[in-house]
Design a protein around this ligand. Structure first.
Ligand code: FDA
Length: 583
């Protein structure tokens, strides 16, 4: 018999959720084994939009530069184009993904990082290689079959697909990062809401030099309104850039009730030809696969010692590009909690806050992504409606927008508005950054929540309210420029204060020893280790100079105080006890 393998954390899956869990755990020094079913990582581009919050996570995990080196930069992502074919008529454009000037300014103000386009088949090796370099054990060709848990741990049975035999892996905790058909989530009995298979989609990956149709309007996404484009799928035909401007992925719908068409090369080519609209362009089909649009989320992300992350918990269409972003952010939320529970610093109850904090985010993401599909309909409606129409009718309706009639003027206005409204999919900065947590690991400060001053889906609003992500401001340390976000992370708690906040730093020193917890302290002010030359931090921090923020390892604020009055050590001690579940 094959002996049992032992580890602290077993991770099933090497996609964005699993690979980032392995990377974070290894960065924090937690032994882990990652098993994955196939003998390779993702072999198709899949998820690609990488938002600022994810880039911040990657920055903290030390791989931001590796991603930037391979990703398509933000300025080449941002002209969502609506057209009848790449070589056909253009119906309008939307400046997207932080490229609209006002949104661009908001992006610059919000984060030290930039959004980019990093296809999943390039992202996974970056995460996995860094995880392995830091100690993760990866087992390819190893399929999770089942698990049992008891008071002390989880025993999972896996199958070595090369040898064909099964063996067990014993771990203190199990992370199910096994994607949209998660067996771990099913075996753990996680309650799911929503439904699978609401529409059918096909991905076709191909090589073609499309420079002449795209370089003057660089974009990640070209939406094609062609006959048949509203059947199934994600709202319209989609030509997505994988590598500028030679590698592409087309998303095309099919009627989910009729089942996917036979994905022959001939079929794939016919779809590619329709969406490009120029039969002279040489095309090489690389792969075709069918998938379904899902609208499903787990109500709870854990059961005992089993935690699920990524698509295992939230299954939704690619609209808003939230799939791998949310998956990575799940794991980032979970990893530091596992570390502190495993090393005895925190009570196991800290792990309950994972689900409390991430399940609402997952539900919001699933809802938003599906809503975005519906919001493409007005673009079609402006061109004569979604009712079945012959190709000739559609082309006539599209041509009618050029008429001099009053009706055509109205149509032009409706089309402009419908395209502009797609900002909720392509420029939703708030959806990407406004996550605020409420759980036992967050200590409310008793102040009333002022809410969001502007639409919270479109606009990011920084805040230091407990639960919010620490706001970014550029500060300095000697000649070094750094972000306030760079003060935190690294698996450590951080206490941020200013001049007059010495009682807080002293309290952090004493309590750190008492709790066996590394608490980094940062004093920001003139003549201190960190300075705020622009005054940006003072404008954002929402506390006085002598006030304090206790920031968790994931850079979310756990506790804040306006000043240093009263028994500061007792207040910080209570906050740490609550956050760590040490009651
Ligand atoms: P992911 O599905 O990436 O990873 C699951 C991992 O678990 C894989 O490594 C798998 O091999 C492994 N696994 C599964 N079962 C296992 C078992 N029993 N034992 C061991 N290992 C097991 N998103 C987007 O934004 N734009 C897009 O165009 C696309 N396109 C797309 C195409 C296809 C074909 C798929 C499958 C998905 C997409 N997506 C997408 C979605 C996107 O890929 C998805 O949101 C993220 O990959 C989610 O990351 P996870 O790590 O959670 O799961």
């Amino acid at each position: 018999t094959v002996p049992t393998v032992e580890t602290e954390v077993l991770i099933v899956g090497s996609g964005p959720a699993g690979a980032s869990a392995a990377l974070a755990l290894s960065t924090y020094g937690v032994p882990n084994v990652m098993v994955t079913r196939y003998s390779r990582l993702a072999d198709t581009p899949r998820a690609h939009i990488t938002n600022q919050r994810t880039m911040e996570v990657l920055r903290d995990l030390g791989v931001e530069e590796d991603v930037i080196a391979q990703a398509t930069p933000q300025h080449l992502m941002g002209n969502t184009v609506f057209c009848t074919a790449l070589a056909g008529e253009e119906l309008g454009r939307l400046r997207s993904w932080g490229n609209e000037p006002l949104v661009q300014a908001a992006h610059e103000l919000a984060s030290p990082t930039r959004m980019c386009d990093m296809p999943q088949h390039l992202m996974e090796p970056v995460l996995v290689n860094a995880a392995i370099a830091r100690g993760s054990q990866l087992r390819f060709g190893t399929e999770y079959l089942s698990h049992e848990q008891d008071a002390d741990g989880v025993t999972a049975t896996v199958r070595d697909r090369l040898r064909g035999d099964t063996y067990t892996i014993r771990a203190k905790y199990l992370i199910g990062a096994d994607g949209g058909r998660s067996k771990v989530a099913e075996d753990a009995g996680l309650p799911m809401g929503g439904q699978m298979g609401v529409a059918g989609s096909i991905n076709i990956v191909f090589d073609a030099d499309l420079t002449k149709y795209v370089a003057h309007r660089p974009a990640t996404l070209y939406w094609v309104l062609a006959p048949g484009a509203t059947v199934g799928g994600i709202g319209a035909g989609l030509v997505r850039c994988v590598r500028t401007w030679n590698e592409w992925l087309i998303v095309w719908g099919y009627d989910v009730n009729a089942g996917p068409p036979d994905l022959t090369e001939e079929y794939a080519l016919s779809v590619v030809r329709k969406l490009i609209g120029d039969d002279e362009i040489p095309v090489t089909i690389k792969s075709s696969s069918a998938w379904t649009v899902n609208e499903m989320y787990a109500e709870t992300y854990s059961n005992g010692r089993v935690f699920c992350a990524g698509d295992a918990c939230h299954r939704h269409p690619p609209s808003n590009g939230l799939g791998s972003n949310t998956s990575l952010q799940d794991s980032y939320n979970l990893a530091w909690k596992l570390k502190l529970v495993l090393d005895g610093t925190a009570s196991p109850s800290l792990l309950d806050t994972y689900s409390d904090e991430r399940a609402p985010v997952g539900k919001q993401v699933v809802t938003r992504a599906n809503q975005s599909i519906g919001e493409t309909a007005p673009v079609f409606e402006a061109l004569g409606g979604l009712a079945p129409q012959t190709p000739e009718q559609l082309w006539r309706n599209i041509a009618a927008r050029k008429d001099t009639t009053e009706e055509a003027e109205g149509q032009r206005a409706r089309l402009r508005e419908a395209i502009a409204f797609k900002a909720y999919e392509f420029n939703a900065h708030g959806v990407e950054l406004n996550q605020r947590y409420a759980s036992a690991a967050i200590v409310p400060d008793g102040t009333p929540d002022p809410g969001f001053a502007r639409d919270p889906e479109l606009h990011f609003q920084p805040s230091t309210r407990p639960g919010a992500r620490l706001p970014h401001a550029w500060i300095t340390s000697g000649t070094r420029n750094l972000s306030t976000l760079d003060l935190g992370g690294n698996g450590r708690f951080t206490l941020i204060t200013g001049i007059g906040g010495e009682p807080w730093t002293e309290a952090a020193r004493i309590l750190g020893k008492e709790f066996g917890l590394e608490i980094t302290t940062a004093v920001i002010g003139p003549g201190q280790e960190y300075e705020d030359p622009y005054g940006d931090w003072a404008r954002l921090r929402e506390i006085g100079d002598s006030g304090a923020l206790l920031v968790r390892p994931d850079n979310h604020v756990a506790f804040r105080r306006q000043g240093a009055t009263g028994d500061v050590t007792a207040a910080l001690g209570d906050a740490l006890r609550q956050t760590l579940g040490r009651g």
